[in-house]
Ligand binder design. Structure first.
Ligand SMILES: [Zn+2]
Length: 256
């Protein structure tokens, strides 16, 4: 088992893709390439060659670089089995419980329906890194384009159960807007207040605010806290099923 080297690449307006490299077997993979060119440049700069693309879901801002990367590097494209007709150039479909190998590193596939049908996350246990696409964001979660609130709540609970130190490598830089919404629900949460300030400082300097950690998200992300009294109270739904509280806060964020 090896520890992957992980490099975050900003793509398009506010997307993040991630280059993964196994230094033992010299295997390289790219998570969610919105476009090809910056990925090719980054990988070449490091002296690596791209072996795999891993897609979390079918949206163009996560797959737009697939075909060009495949044409230029000959890489294999791995994505959700459910999305074989929606992922450009897909060679191998995976689903919940499957594993993917990047050299000697193993990633576990976790089904996380909600943002889209078929959305998956890749969890590299040894490298303590989760690539969750548009399911979980720093202080937020993805919009429900294809799924129901109950599905997304179940997906978020699965991710929430991962170890504290898990790096949450998500698909977008949305933390600052998410922090404003989170504070509107949970204004006295000291961890959230500190995190929001840290985010403002990082953004003022032009720095990324992700990855975050699962521990931080559990303490501060209102979408992971729909089953806490604080969040239920904030939306006037004490005693309601958590999935309903989640649906309400997702709706409020949509119109925030
Ligand atoms: Zn998406």
């Amino acid at each position: 088992m090896s520890q992957l080297a992980i490099h975050q690449i900003p793509l398009l307006q506010d997307n993040y893709g991630y280059v993964l490299h196994d230094p033992v077997d010299h295997v390289t993979a790219m998570i969610d390439p919105a476009v090809a060119e910056p990925v090719l440049r980054d990988v070449a700069k490091r002296g690596w060659s791209l072996d795999y693309v891993l897609n979390t879901h079918h949206h163009y801002d996560h797959t737009g670089g697939n075909l060009e990367l495949k044409r230029i590097t000959g890489c294999k494209i791995v994505g959700p089995r459910h999305d074989s007709d929606r992922i450009p150039g897909m060679d191998l479909g995976v689903s919940d419980g499957d594993t993917v190998r990047i050299g000697s590193a193993t990633g576990e596939v976790i089904a996380v329906d909600g943002h889209t049908h078929g959305h998956i996350a890749f969890w590299f246990r040894e490298s303590k890194a989760l690539f969750c696409g548009d399911t979980l964001f720093s202080l937020g979660c993805g919009r429900l384009f294809e799924g129901e609130p109950e599905e997304m709540w179940e997906s978020l609970k699965r991710l929430r159960a991962l170890p504290d130190e898990t790096l949450v490598c998500c698909g977008h830089e949305y933390s600052q807007a998410n922090a404003r919404f989170a504070l509107s629900l949970d204004p006295n949460n000291p961890d959230l207040l500190a995190r929001a300030q840290e985010i403002d400082e990082k953004r003022a300097q032009g720095h990324a605010t992700v990855p975050t950690t699962m521990e931080m998200e559990r303490r501060t992300n209102p979408f992971l806290r729909a089953d806490t009294e604080n969040i239920a109270l904030a939306v006037g739904m004490q005693g309601a099923p958590p999935a309903q509280v989640f649906a309400e806060i997702r709706h409020r964020k949509d119109v925030f």
